[in-house]
Design a protein around this ligand. Structure first.
Ligand code: FAD
Length: 474
C-alpha cells in the first residue's frame, strides 16, 4: 500500500502523527509539500515567513533523505496536486496534521470530502496543539473568552496528554519517485537580499528547533524574571519553530516537565504555551476575528487614516526610542521581544490612533513567527478590542516601560545607535535633553534622529477621550 503524507506546518519527523500513521500503515510513504498560498485567504505567508519556509523545507528534505526518503514538492491547488500525485503513485491513503485558521479549515474539510468520495482514505491528526479548540468548553458548553479559566480547564485535561513519539527510523519510499518541483521554483527567497540579519539569527528546521529547546532548557529557570527584558535573551525564541511545526508543544512539555513544573519560571513558561493554545481556541471559534474585532463596539471606531505616521512607525523613525528599537529589531531579525511588541502595538493603536489591522499586516510580512492566531490575539489584546483584552485605558507609556525593562539602555543603544552617546537619563527620551548635551553627544534632533511624531501625553488623552465617546454610542 502507498500513502501520501501531506506536510504543511508540521515540518518535523519527531512526534509527527501523520507521518507515523502513514509509516505504520503503508509499505511506501511519499512525503509531499504543496505550495498553495492562494488558499490561505487574506493571509498568504508574508516575506519573512516565506524565507523561513524555504529553509525549513530544505532542512526537512535533508532529514528525510537521512531516512531513505525525500520531500516531493508541488505547487498550485492542493486538491488537484494531491489528485495528480494519487494518479502518479497509486496511493490509497493521504494523511496530514490539522491546522485551525478559518480559510485552511474550510479548504481541508472540502479536500477530505472530495478524497473520500473518490475512495481515498484521508486521515488527519493533531500535531500542533496540546488540546484542540473543540476539546475545551465552559460549563455552558461555549468556547472560553477569558484566558485564566480557559487555561485552568485545559490543565485539568492535560493528564492524559500522549507522550511525544520518536521519528520513524526508516521511512520506506517507492521504487520510482514522482516528479518534484525544485524548491527554488517556489520563489520563496527575496529578490533583493534583505535577509542577512535573519540568517544570522536563526536556524530554520527541526535540528535548529531542538537545539534551541536544549539551550533554553539550561536557562529556563530564569524565565520569570528574564522574560520581560528585551536586552537579554531570556525567552525561548521557539515561536517560529512552533509556528512551522518544527517542534510541537507536547515535546516542549515533555522535555521541560511542564505538567508538574518544578519552579515558578517553568509554570510561567507553561502558561505562555497556554496563551498560544488560547489564541488558537479563539481564532477557531471566532473566525471573523482574523480581520474584525471581537469586541464589536470597536467596529465604530474612527481610526486615523494618514499613511505618514504608519510609515514612520514601520521604519523605526517615530522619535520614541523604545518604539524605534523594536521596529528595527523586527526589520533586521524577523522577530521582536514580546514586551516591545506590546509597546509598539499600543503606540500605533492608541497614540497614533492607527487601525490595529495595519500593524497586524506589517507584523505579518516581517515576522518569521507570523501566526494568524497569535498575531490576532496580540493585536486585539493590545488595542483593547479582543478577548480578555487589556482595558482600553491601560495605554503603555513607552518612556516608563523603557526605563523599567531596558534599565541599562543596552537595547536602545544597540538598535538606535544615533542616540547611543547620550547620557543614560536622556536615552529613553532624547527630546528632554538640553541643547548642549545633545550637541556634545552628536545628536541633532530632527536631523540625525527624529523629534517625536506625537506628543505622548496629548495623544494619550485624545485616545482616552475617543474611547469615552465610543462607549456612549448607542
Ligand atoms: P516565549 O516567551 O519563550 O514563549 C514560548 C512560546 O509561547 C512562544 O514561542 C509562543 O508560541 C507562545 N507565546 C508566548 N507568548 C504568547 C502570547 N502572548 N500569545 C500567544 N502565544 C504566546 N507570537 C507569535 O508566535 N506569532 C505572532 O505573529 C505574534 N504576534 C504578536 C503580536 C503582538 C502585538 C503581540 C503583543 C504579541 C504577539 N505574539 C506573537 C506573541 C509573543 O510576542 C511571541 O509569541 C513571543 O514574543 C515569541 O518569542 P519566544 O518564542 O521567545 O516566547
Amino acid at each position: 500500500r502507498t500513502a501520501i503524507v501531506w506536510f504543511r506546518r508540521d515540518l518535523r519527523l519527531t512526534d509527527n502523527p501523520a507521518l507515523r500513521c502513514a509509516a505504520e500503515q503503508a509499505t511506501h510513504v511519499i512525503p509531499v509539500f504543496i505550495h498553495s498560498p492562494d488558499e490561505e485567504g487574506e493571509w498568504a505567508p508574508g516575506a519573512a515567513s516565506c524565507w523561513w519556509l524555504h529553509h525549513s523545507l530544505s532542512a526537512l528534505d535533508a532529514d528525510l533523505r537521512g531516512r531513505g526518503s525525500r520531500l516531493i514538492v508541488r505547487q498550485g491547488s492542493a486538491l488537484s496536486s494531491l489528485r495528480q500525485l494519487i494518479r502518479d503513485t497509486g496511493a490509497t491513503l493521504v494523511t496530514w496534521n490539522r491546522l485551525y485558521e478559518p480559510a485552511i479549515v474550510a479548504r481541508d474539510t472540502a479536500i477530505k470530502t472530495a478524497l473520500g468520495d473518490s475512495g481515498i482514505e484521508a486521515e488527519s491528526h493533531n500535531a500542533a496543539l496540546l488540546l484542540e479548540p473543540w476539546a475545551i468548553k465552559n460549563v455552558q458548553q461555549q468556547p472560553y473568552r477569558v484566558f485564566t479559566p480557559f487555561w485552568r480547564a485545559a490543565v485539568a485535561k492535560l493528564d492524559g496528554l500522549p507522550s511525544p513519539r520518536p521519528a520513524p527510523r526508516r521511512i520506506p519510499g517507492p521504487e520510482d519517485w514522482p516528479a518534484s518541483t525544485p524548491l527554488s521554483k517556489l520563489d520563496l527567497l527575496p529578490k533583493i537580499r534583505w535577509d542577512a540579519g535573519l540568517a544570522e539569527r536563526w536556524q530554520p528546521g527541526e535540528a535548529g528547533a531542538l537545539e534551541q529547546l536544549d539551550s533554553f532548557a539550561d536557562e529556563a529557570d530564569r524565565y520569570s524574571t528574564a522574560r520581560d527584558r528585551p536586552d537579554e535573551s531570556g525567552t525561548s525564541s521557539l515561536s517560529p519553530h512552533l509556528h512551522f511545526g518544527e517542534i510541537g508543544p507536547r515535546q516542549i512539555f515533555a522535555q521541560l516537565h511542564l505538567l508538574s513544573p518544578s519552579s515558578d519560571s517553568l509554570a510561567t513558561y507553561a502558561r505562555e504555551i497556554g496563551w498560544r493554545e488560547f489564541a488558537h481556541h479563539l481564532l477557531f471559534h471566532f473566525p471573523h476575528t482574523a480581520t474584525k474585532p471581537l469586541d464589536v463596539r470597536f467596529e465604530r471606531w474612527s481610526w486615523q487614516r494618514s499613511r505618514k505616521p504608519l510609515a514612520a512607525w514601520q521604519r523605526g523613525l517615530t522619535g520614541i526610542p523604545i518604539v524605534d528599537a523594536g521596529m528595527r529589531e523586527l526589520w533586521h531579525t524577523g522577530w521582536m521581544h514580546n514586551r516591545v511588541r506590546m509597546i509598539v502595538a499600543s503606540f500605533l493603536t492608541k497614540n497614533l490612533q492607527t487601525h490595529w489591522l495595519q500593524g497586524a499586516r506589517w507584523f505579518w510580512d516581517t515576522l518569521v513567527d507570523a501566526d494568524l492566531a497569535n498575531n490576532t490575539l496580540g493585536w486585539q489584546w493590545t488595542a483593547g478590542c479582543g478577548a480578555d483584552a487589556a482595558p482600553y485605558y491601560r495605554i503603555f507609556n513607552p518612556v516608563l516601560q523603557a526605563e523599567k525593562f531596558d534599565p541599562h539602555r543596552h537595547y536602545i543603544r544597540r538598535w538606535v545607535p544615533e542616540i547611543a552617546a547620550l547620557p543614560d537619563r536622556f536615552v529613553h527620551q532624547p527630546w528632554s535633553a538640553p541643547e548642549p548635551v545633545l550637541e556634545q553627544s552628536g545628536v541633532k534632533l530632527g536631523k540625525s534622529y527624529p523629534k517625536p511624531i506625537v506628543d505622548l501625553r496629548e495623544s494619550r488623552e485624545q485616545a482616552l477621550a475617543a474611547y469615552e465617546a465610543m462607549k456612549t454610542l448607542p
